[in-house]
Design a protein around this ligand. Sequence first.
Ligand code: NAD
Length: 257
Amino acid sequence: MTFPFRDDAFAGQVVAVTGAAMGFGRCIARSFSALGAKVYATDINAAGLAETAEGHAMVTLPIDLTDRAAAAAWIATVETEAGQAIDVLVNNAGGMMGQKGRPIEEVPDEDWDAIFALNVDAAFVTIRAAAPKMKAARKGCIVNISSGAAFRPSRTRIQAYCSSKHAVLGLTRQMAMELGPFGITVNTVAPGLVMTDGDKQGTWDGMSESRKEHVLGGIALGKLGAPQDIADATLFFASPLARFVSGQMLPVNGGSF
Ligand SMILES: NC(=O)c1ccc[n+]([C@@H]2O[C@H](COP(=O)([O-])OP(=O)(O)OC[C@H]3O[C@@H](n4cnc5c(N)ncnc54)[C@H](O)[C@@H]3O)[C@@H](O)[C@H]2O)c1
């Protein structure tokens, strides 16, 4: 933990994190937990989720977030168990669902839908479910994890991924306007390329030196980020330091344009 907050910075706060079995979600959940928050974490990967919680005080419940009823029920469970509104909701679960870039005429409906179901619809459902109690509490914070693909074309060439991350930015801005009058902030962290699991590390390791040089040459700081870089930006949005920040996107990408 490198973030310069006191160890009890989030003490007593109820924090709900999606996609917490690995990658950013694991790091975000553990970071809030280390700073005293009561963390509720979910993911479709039960074993990974249990590993995330090892040695950390957090409550886990595995669900498939593309099941709208299950996603809404998870929010209700968190509120009931915590006995209060969620203070911080982090919509992190997302990704490319194992898809590869290909020409638009080769993209089947189900592949397009699968990416939207996880990247956009799950965030819509959790926000819709958490909003009433947050509004009644007249406080709260929502952080959606988008991507560099939220504001420019994606290197992956996956049309649905890029479109879905643009949608996450739109959802963030619209919800900031709607929930702002209730004292709730809504922001998005837009990560650059970060090695978060074996697959991504393998992709990087498999690149030629000239390809790696090209990728790093497009990053001002000349290196890839780490999950903690994304977690730290999430902590910032959830902290009092960001009390007057809403509807904003923070690219965390080492300076990549
Ligand atoms: N790593 C990067 O370089 C990068 C860059 C930009 C944006 N992002 C975004 O950051 C977020 C996290 O990325 P990551 O690299 O940590 O991903 P990851 O693949 O390491 O982790 C994603 C998590 O989401 C979970 N998940 C997948 N489908 C689910 C479902 N149906 N229900 C519940 N959970 C499900 C997975 O089990 C996994 O634990 C994603 O939204 C991703 O699009 C990542």
